[in-house]
Design a binder for this molecule. Structure first.
Ligand code: ZN
Ligand code: ZN
Ligand code: ZN
Length: 372
């Protein structure tokens, strides 16, 4: 088990978030339940509902967490709560009135991407002079650079996903439905310590050409190429890996060629990882390899996304994202080629930036594995 995060950890994160908000020209932050709230104070309400919970950070003021009174005992248990002023409101009261005194009535605040629209609209109606902007827009790096403890969790989640991949190579594919193999993948993730499975993509044959195909009733046949993309949360941190396998050892030349191209793109992009390189540069490098091989128009997905408390988060490795890589950042590198009506190939590893390059948090072989 990793060391639990402490009140001191959360105190430091709260201070850094407030400082980064000021540096971005914001009066502060309004944080909704979800990954931002978990990151900043360790509190995850049992249910995210129409009842307002909000953490308000404003420069020069003590951070304040507003919760429904009936959920206060839960909030008090969070490791970060001693670093905050805890306020509550009671059913029947105006929930927004509990937050408005904490906000600068003319300020501009960064708000969690996943805040409910009804809560944001409620705050806007109560304080028409306050401006709001999304955290992805203004502070996309807030959770992007992982500390040592977070990296340890991400590496453990990656190791568990690797164990699940080794396990899935042992199961029958031919004659079973995609949903059966997906259920096996989910069970393996849980067996290796995940508390939550976020996705188990099993894209067999033509279904593999849809990057976001999950799994359906299609019966897998000998000769199918199958994309396996799976991940979830272990000790609160995400895994996300993809390997492409082939059912039967008779691999058609084009499948092998496409797989070789994707593998080279993944490797080349990985080798380009180092501090200071722009996020979009990693995407361009992977794209160049695939384009030069003649498959550019079939690489229809960005190259990667950040990962941490959620399996997809900013910054994204995509054209237009100029932010530089920084040691401690974690993201996927997942080039793919998707041939409509035929098959798809994707290879995905989670990678973290070190002082001198990149380190993979997934370490299973990239070769096109043969399954039965
Ligand atoms: Zn995707
Ligand atoms: Zn994935
Ligand atoms: Zn991914």
């Amino acid at each position: 088990m990793p060391r639990p995060f402490t009140t001191e950890d959360y105190t430091a994160r709260l201070a850094r978030a407030t400082a980064e908000a000021s540096a971005a020209g914001l009066a502060g932050l309004v944080i909704a339940p979800g990954p931002d709230l978990a990151y900043l104070c360790g509190y995850t309400p049992t249910a995210i509902t129409e009842r307002l919970t909000a953490l308000v950070l404003t420069a020069g003021r003590e951070p304040a967490l507003v919760v429904p009174k009936l959920e206060r005992p839960d909030a008090e248990k969070a490791a970060g709560t001693p670093a905050l002023r805890l306020l509550d409101w009671t059913d029947g009261e105006d929930q927004y009135a509990a937050v408005t005194p904490l906000l600068d009535p003319a300020g501009r605040y960064g708000v969690s991407d996943n805040a409910w629209a009804m809560h944001l609209l409620g705050l806007q109606a109560a304080l028409p002079g306050v401006g709001f902007t999304s955290l992805t827009e203004t502070l996309p790096m807030l959770r992007a650079v992982k500390d040592v403890e977070e990296l340890e969790r991400l590496a453990a989640a990656g190791g568990a996903a690797d164990a699940a991949y080794r396990g899935i190579l042992e199961v029958e594919f031919a004659g079973r439905r995609e949903t059966d193999v997906a259920a096996d993948l989910g069970a393996l993730l849980i067996q290796y310590g995940h508390s939550q499975v976020d996705f188990t993509v099993v894209g067999s044959g033509p279904n593999g050409a849809d990057p976001h195909h999950e799994a359906d009733e299609r019966v897998i046949r000998p000769g199918d190429t199958v994309v396996l993309d799976f991940g979830g949360l272990k000790d609160g941190y995400g895994s996300d890996t993809t390997r492409t396998v082939h059912v039967s050892p008779d691999v058609p030349a084009e499948v092998q060629r496409v797989h070789d191209v994707v593998r080279l793109a993944q490797q080349t992009a990985f080798e380009a990882v180092r501090p200071g390189v722009g996020c979009q540069e990693i995407d361009r490098i992977a794209r160049r390899v695939i384009t030069e091989a003649g498959y550019g128009e079939y690489f229809i997905h960005r190259t990667g996304h950040g990962i941490g408390l959620t399996t997809h988060e900013p910054p994204y490795l995509v054209e237009g994202e100029e932010r530089p890589l920084v040691p401690g950042m974690c993201f996927s590198i997942e080039p793919g080629i998707y041939l409509p009506g035929r098959f798809g190939v994707r290879i995905e590893d989670i990678v973290t930036v070190t002082a001198t390059g990149g380190r993979r948090l997934n370490n299973t072989p990239h070769e096109l594995a043969v399954v039965s």
